[in-house]
Design a protein around this ligand. Sequence first.
Ligand code: BDP
Length: 730
Amino acid sequence: MRPFASCRSVALWCALLAAASPRSLPRPPAAEDGYDLWLRYRLVGDAGRLAEYRAALTQLVVEGDSPTLRAARDELSAGLTGLLGSAIPAVDSVLHDGALIAGTPATSRLVAGLPLADDLRRAGDEGFVLRALRVRGQQAIVIAGNSGVGVLYGVFHLLRLIQTGAPLRGLAVVSAPKLRLRLLDHWDNLDRTVERGYAGRSLWDWPHLPDSIDPRYRDYARVNASIGINGTVLTNVNANATVLSPEYLAKVAALANVFRPYGLRVYLTARFSAPIELGGLATADPLDPAVGAWWRRKVDEIYRAVPDFGGFVVKANSEGQPGPQDYGRTHADGANTLADALAPHGGIVMWRAFVYSNEVPTDRVRQAYDEFTPQDGAFRENVLLQVKNGPLDFQPREPFHPLFGAMSRTPLMMELQITKEYLGQDTHLTFLAPLWEEVLRADTYARGPGSTVGREIRGLAGVANVGSDRDWCGSDFNQANWYAFGRLAWDYTLSSAVIADEWIRMTFSNDPRVVGPVKAMMLASREAVVNYMTPLGLAHQMALGHHYGPGPWVARGRADQTSVYFNRADVAGLGFDRTATGSNAVHQYFPPVRRRFADRDSVPETLLLWFHHVGWSERLRSGRTLWEELLSRYQAGVDTVRWMERTWDGLHDLVDDARFRRVQAFLRTQEAEARWWRDASVSYWQSFSHLPLPPGYPAPAHALDWYRELRCPTDPRKPRCDALMNVGRP
Ligand code: BDP
């Protein structure tokens, strides 16, 4: 018996030794909590690439000593140490093969001596040049910029190339941002609640500022710099004047000091009535000289605290916010008063176009255009009009806003919502790049064909999805939207597929068994949400207030915030007639677009019910009736989510367990909620159409009243209904 026993124990020892040896068995990836986002800098997995990178990068030479160049050097050495497995010596006396040289012509003699003048001209103030070339006879890689921040952006670009497994041989990149303003807008309140935030409390710990500096502030700045974001608006558009008080300006200055080396400028929202609330004046009338003088003094005070302060965002005369119209003045009067105070310091005003009147006189989606186009040319040069991507409100799908291209004498910027107020909030996996790509590439025809929205704007602002949750964004996949926003703000011609590819490789793995399926999920996810929530151009069918879950029956509240206002369901059909026979909102588009949208034969089916009221049994271009098409879209949405669940389940051994389970659980929720959307919506439409469900179509799990009466838990962050999780999966 003994030989057998010893044989067994030898085998056991062999197995244990094998398990302990790093190269023997594939180990499950280590659990990750998401904090590192896409800057994980894990050891390069592909042995061939690793060897290539190690040979190409043997020496670090960052010349210059500004805070930004120090940040660039720190990022390079931390990133390369992680990716290549050991620190790269920083030696600047003798150059070797494999030198990595970074600097500006002003800070680096080496960079100044290279033939990069043309490239640097193309790179502009914030761009960078990344080149493999010979320097003093040695093979080197050079990261050059005209400014420290350009170098820093180049550093992140190089790290991205390595993280995504790209070859470095023959490197020749010149990159400059296509838009000058690339901003995150935080809807953060001073009590640390976040309007439409689903990732915990505000990052800004106001009570402990300015003395206590949370290390996350620096990481926040690094992460933004890694995708080229160069501004942050710290406070909610529904503004509190207190942030302009001396006490708070000291706190703002402390944040600005942390962000500055990363090229991240601070902006604030200005409450229009601040001269009354803070200044004790009797009025905030923008044409009152005392009001103008108050703003000038206040702005001077801000610049004493924050010398590179960026400027103000203002939400005025919208949803109860004070504004110039309270005094019979125009938006331009209001914006210009603030702009005059900021101009001597180089600051700007971003005046929001999200306005619609309390009286509901006309179609809500027409109002911003009607309000602002007559004021084109009336704004100061340092005012930009900040326009949401669509004319309604961050819906899963809207046509582009007709103001794009329509204000030839007023610079515009576009506001996107990164936080998914209307697209499943923290839980649903919805990659937003396809939505943004669709609008950025939409042709306004303002200056003839090719006048895309991207070309008509000067900047992008994204309503942030960032909070104090450990993973920053409330879910692993929500991080992709922060990433995508920054990448598109830098270059609005990038495709969703390219952005997803980069993000997956940096966040999860370069393994094609991960990249392919996850990319397919991400690229299908937005259309899935459109289908199960608001197919065929429907919009604003969400539950009242928190906007989570279906509420096509919502009729309470001010008319133009209800679902019935937007869906116009009746016994005849469904959809909002915005052609000449209806509100004629279609007229606000340039003729080629107007004709396409107005005509039932050419309107994209995805926007059909946005522009047309269509009979339930009318045939669409697909040959199906509206009723059939509608039903098939809801089902397609559910089916796609199920396919996403299955696809993710197949990645069990390829993704670390912690993230695998988190995503899996959210997909379970999403599937249940996609059915909730389908069943609640179809039941409601059926109460008008009185048409049967086609054979085989899953019957709603409950009667319409059950959905109407369903009350979600009051937690505004996660108004999910456990009751939904327990019904079957038809
Ligand atoms: C809507 C949000 C609301 C915002 C408003 C805005 O529901 O919380 O205050 O937009 O953009 O989407 O001002």
